[in-house]
Write a protein that binds this ligand. Structure first.
Ligand code: SF4
Length: 423
């Protein structure tokens, strides 16, 4: 009888007893030793094992059967941006769409999302959270604050990823969010300016840092959700790793702590889907990885009761390359991206299925729909399943943000590798 081998590691694919397909690339991933967080902080928002909490919902992913709404929906209010980051994974959609969701559409969505699926599934399979992001800078859309107000009033938790430049005008709406992730990606003005397309004297770094400090104070002084003394709520200093900013990890962590952020979150930049196989692929050298390990060890010394350092690497190989170790894309049934239209109807929207392939028409379930109720009729229908069947992961997909979703679906639900009912 074969004996299963269990490797203690944060990589979900590393548990023995799984299918051969899902374990492709395991050796490289299992060999990585860098800790992503301190042992005391293992119950944190970046720990992908939280996905296991959704297996009862995802057990309903069956062809020809009603499909529960996603637990989390991403809404991109704008495909425009006032920054120009060197690694921008939304460059394609910014160039080809360059549009925003109208106020009418955002408010229609705010009415629809809290009731999506009601009547077909029990309430706990509804949409629980919205990530307001881009595809661009969400706060460039003047209706984003009203959208946040309305969905929060509808009982949905909201998080937002922003470049931080426009926070000041939306303090009240932002303070109602569970978290605000500000993509700073640097620890100094010089590196910030060079990576984000600004001139030396732009002053933008100081503006962003000041906005973050003001937001933390505002939320705390008003006892708003964002300012609660909760380890996982609050302002997060986001730091996308790139060969030219790795040396600033420690400086950024120190600054994040000083201005009242709850955490700093490091993650390697990845090659966008439209740049795969081109000279613009993002790669990291061995020296880059060694510097990352040195800097993250220094940064981790700042970790304390009120401030956390997260170096999230479990979705990547040891060389920060893609690690799409699963057989098929099931995540297309677990999340959705509602984004601006491609055509001229200003009240239309697009329903995409993957945040890593924004703008790829192959993964747009609805293109230029003007009725939010169409989301419910298209979701889980024949076109949705055809899209699932047609994905060629190896050839078409960049590093998959939803790698843990796919692995958990295959290992926990399809293979029952954890015998999860035996608790
Ligand atoms: S990157 Fe590919 S595998 Fe991952 S969710 Fe998107 S379409 Fe699916």
């Amino acid at each position: 009888m074969d004996q299963a081998v269990y490797v203690v590691t944060d990589n979900i694919a590393a548990a023995g007893g799984a299918s051969e397909c899902a374990l492709a690339g395991r050796g490289e991933a299992a060999g990585r030793q860098t800790e992503e967080w301190s042992a005391a902080k293992r119950w944190n928002p970046f720990n992908s094992y939280k996905l296991v909490a959704h297996v009862e919902r995802w057990k309903h992913i069956r062809r020809g059967r009603p499909l529960p709404p996603p637990a989390l929906v991403t809404v991109d209010p704008a495909n425009v941006c006032n920054f120009n980051c060197v690694w921008c994974n939304a460059e394609y959609i910014r160039q080809h769409r360059n549009a925003s969701l109208s106020e009418k559409t955002l408010l229609d969505l705010a009415d629809f999302l809290p009731v999506w699926g009601r009547g077909r599934f029990s309430g706990h399979f509804g949409v629980g959270a919205i990530c307001v992001a881009g595809g661009g800078e969400p706060l460039l859309n003047k209706a984003t604050a009203a959208f946040v107000d309305k969905v929060v009033a509808g009982g949905i938790d909201v998080g937002m990823v922003t470049n931080g430049s426009l926070i000041y005008d939306c303090m009240d709406a932002l303070s109602q969010c569970t978290w605000i992730g500000v993509s700073v990606d640097a620890g100094s003005a010089a590196v910030f300016n060079s990576l984000k397309g600004f001139g030396r004297d732009s002053g933008m770094f100081d503006k962003v840092i000041n906005n973050m400090a003001l937001l933390t104070d505002y939320a705390r002084s008003r006892h708003a959700r964002l300012g609660l003394p909760h380890p996982a709520y609050g302002v997060s200093y986001k730091f996308l790793l790139h060969k030219d900013n790795i040396g600033e990890i420690f400086a950024a962590a120190r600054l994040a702590k000083e201005i009242g952020c709850k955490n700093i979150h490091f993650r390697p930049a990845g090659t966008p889907w439209d740049k795969m196989g081109t000279d613009d692929e993002i790669v990291f050298s061995r020296d880059d990885i060694a510097l990352f390990q040195e800097q993250i060890a220094l940064a981790r010394e700042l970790d304390c009761e009120n401030f956390s350092v997260y170096g999230v690497t479990h979705k990547f190989s040891g060389q920060f390359e893609k690690s799409n170790d699963f057989c098929a894309c099931h995540a297309l049934f677990m999340t959705a991206v509602i984004a601006p239209p491609s055509g001229q109807d200003k009240d239309a929207f697009t329903l995409g299925l993957c945040c890593d392939r924004r703008g790829d028409a192959k993964l747009e379930l609805l293109a230029d729909s003007a009725d939010v109720r169409e989301i419910e009729s298209a979701w889980g229908g024949p076109k949705h399943w055809r899209m699932h069947d047609s994905i060629n992961i190896a050839a078409e997909c960049p590093r998959c943000t939803y790698q843990p979703h796919n692995q958990i679906y295959e290992q926990v639900i399809l293979n029952d590798s954890m015998t999860y009912k035996f608790i």
